[in-house]
Design a binder for this molecule. Structure first.
Ligand code: GAL
Length: 341
């Protein structure tokens, strides 16, 4: 009898353990939003920053109670026609909410019209649609919002990181001006436009005189960044005092070009990026990059998922959900890295 009770208890424990295990599996149907379908469109999977972003977004959605099987993330391959097709497919599939990182911000009006007509709530991320477009969502009371940071702030911080070094340190040729080159992201993207403009504005506002030796588009891409900086170093040599890159991927390319040209960051050239990719933070710590700016993919992806949930629950959502950038220099790079673990 005693033996039977023990084996019964054992079976019971096993069954209970089996049920308990289900709750932790993102693929199971037990979470609060497990039956809700989320469609996520990313402009391009090969983008380093957007890879961090989409990984965090998926994990966070699962932690909120969505099922992994009902979260579909697609790669727009940097082609608006491809992405528009993907959005159409999500509409046909009847997703409950869409999270879209548009290939072209200028296509937002077309995308919004398609999605609103299908009565699906829409969260734009990373590439901010125009203010006029945002006005339209507000005026019409549509379930559409944008989650992202103000790129002006990241540009300003880049300029400040350089300016804080002081003219004596930066002005290697002693002509009283800061000679720089600019490596831009995709110019259709407001992040690229603002970072280019506001990094330099911050220097000028601090009283520096600047001299642009070259300004090229590297499309957020490491290889293109490397080529642009290698060419600029070949053309302008020691005249280049500062390299501004609109993001870290291109700055990582710049580091390779700077090393190949026999130059040393912190000694005879200065380099800043944006994003605070792990590699970039490590380079800031080792001194191979002057600084970067933390583009908080965690706050942004969580903000986007939280908006999606509010839409699903029928709650009010703000048209614009912002977040702050953080300046990253040798002083706090390790702290930023630790916070990302
Ligand atoms: C920026 C980011 C870049 C790139 C771009 C894509 O915010 O700094 O690295 O990911 O978004 O739109």
């Amino acid at each position: 009898m005693k033996k039977r009770i023990i084996s019964l208890a054992l079976v019971l424990t096993m069954v209970l353990a089996l049920f308990a295990g289900c709750g932790n599996d993102g693929g199971s149907a037990s979470g609060e939003y497990a039956d809700k379908k989320v469609g996520v469109c990313i402009y391009q999977f090969s983008d380093n920053f957007m890879t961090l972003y989409r990984t965090e977004l998926e994990n966070y959605l699962i932690s909120l109670g969505f099922s992994k099987n009902n979260i579909t993330i697609v790669d727009g391959a940097n082609d608006q026609a491809t992405q528009t097709n993907q959005i159409q497919n999500f509409i046909t599939d009847g997703v409950d909410v869409l999270i879209i990182n548009p290939v072209n911000s200028s296509s937002a009006a077309t995308i919004t019209d398609m999605v609103v007509a299908a009565n699906i709530p829409l969260v734009y991320i990373n590439r901010e649609p125009s203010k006029e477009e945002q006005e339209r969502w507000k005026t019409n009371g549509w379930n559409v919002c944008y989650v992202g940071c103000d790129a002006r702030q990241s540009g300003t911080m880049q300029g400040e990181i350089i300016g804080d070094l002081g003219l004596d340190k930066i002005d290697l040729n002693g002509d009283g001006k800061i000679q720089y080159i600019m490596v831009e992201g995709d110019p259709e993207n407001i992040d690229a436009q603002y970072r280019t403009e506001f990094s330099i504005k911050a220097l000028e506002d601090a009283g520096f005189t600047v001299d642009c030796l070259d300004d090229q588009v590297g499309n957020w891409d490491q290889v293109q960044g490397q080529t642009i900086v290698a060419n600029a170093l070949a053309a302008h040599g020691n005249d280049i005092e500062v390299v501004f890159c609109n993001n870290d991927a291109m700055a990582l390319g710049a580091i390779q070009a700077i090393k190949a040209a026999g130059r040393t960051v912190g000694t005879d050239i200065f380099l800043v990026g944006v994003d605070a990719l792990t590699e970039a933070c490590e380079y800031v710590i080792s001194g191979e990059m002057t600084g970067t700016v933390f583009n908080d993919h965690i706050a942004q992806s969580h903000g986007a998922a939280d908006c999606a949930v509010k839409f699903i629950k029928g709650e009010k959502v703000d048209i614009y959900v912002g977040c702050d950038y953080v300046k990253v220099t040798k002083d706090n790079a390790q702290k930023i890295l630790d916070s990302l673990k």
